[in-house]
Design a binder for this molecule. Structure first.
Ligand code: DC
Length: 220
């Protein structure tokens, strides 16, 4: 990695606060933020809209060939249309892990992500950033929190966004299921890179975590 560049990888399980933290870090350091989960979500949205059986890999791969996904200025575009809100639907959350475990889907996404990081100073968040996408990143963080805390945050987020036909227990179960698939899939599962700083956000505010990350980057 070129020392003049600043490349930061943030990995961790669903609901750990990665994207909120990554955006704040990007603002503080004046660098770009890339949300790789949004890319998997956008393609999952297309799969769901196409009414393809979520287990029909061949159909999913043929759909992938005719799909363009662009992440630019913190917005996600699916075939040219912004889908920032649609990708947060619970239906997408509940199916994305099954789409993201397909090897060919990952290959295409990883290639795009590496291109995005090629010439820019970036902070990128996801599951395999420090291990696969940007193994030479200058700084790697693994942000985690207890599953109950993560479910509490997701539940609050959904309620705040107007979802009302859902219970905390349901969300807890869904997060456990996603953890299970993301951590046990064959291709680049969620893993802490050996050189990543671990940050447990369970009893910390977002700003405390951001400060911790910035202190490490600034070498304090
Ligand atoms: O971070 P998120 O919850 O928006 O991610 C959505 C899903 O995408 C997550 O369940 C796993 C998958 N994902 C992945 O496999 N690799 C990444 N780099 C980012 C997300």
């Amino acid at each position: 990695m070129d020392n003049r560049r600043l490349v930061i990888a943030i990995d961790g399980p669903a609901g750990a606060g990665k994207s909120t933290i990554a955006k704040k870090i990007a603002d503080i350091l004046g660098i770009e933020y890339i949300d790789t989960g949004a890319m998997y979500r956008a393609f999952t949205l297309k799969v769901l809209r196409s009414n393809i059986d979520i287990n029909n890999k061949d159909m999913i791969l043929s759909l992938l060939e005719s799909t363009t996904i662009v992440f630019k200025n913190r917005h996600i575009y699916l075939d040219g249309t912004s889908v920032d809100e649609e990708i947060r639907d619970n239906a997408v959350s509940n199916n994305v892990s099954n789409v993201a475990k397909i090897k060919e889907v990952r290959e295409k996404m990883v290639e795009m992500q590496q291109q995005l990081a090629k010439s820019n100073n970036v902070v990128m968040d996801g599951r395999d950033i420090g291990t696969v996408v940007l193994p030479d990143a200058n700084y790697k963080f693994f942000v985690t929190a207890s599953v109950e805390e993560r479910a509490k945050r997701r539940y609050k987020e959904l309620i705040d966004n107007g979802t009302n036909n859902i219970t905390y227990e349901q969300i807890l179960e869904e997060i456990k299921q996603r953890d299970e698939i993301d951590s046990n899939r064959e291709v680049s599962p969620l893993r802490k890179s050996p050189d990543a700083h671990v940050i447990d956000s369970t009893n910390k505010t977002i700003d405390e975590v951001v400060q911790e990350v910035i202190s490490i980057i600034e070498g304090r």
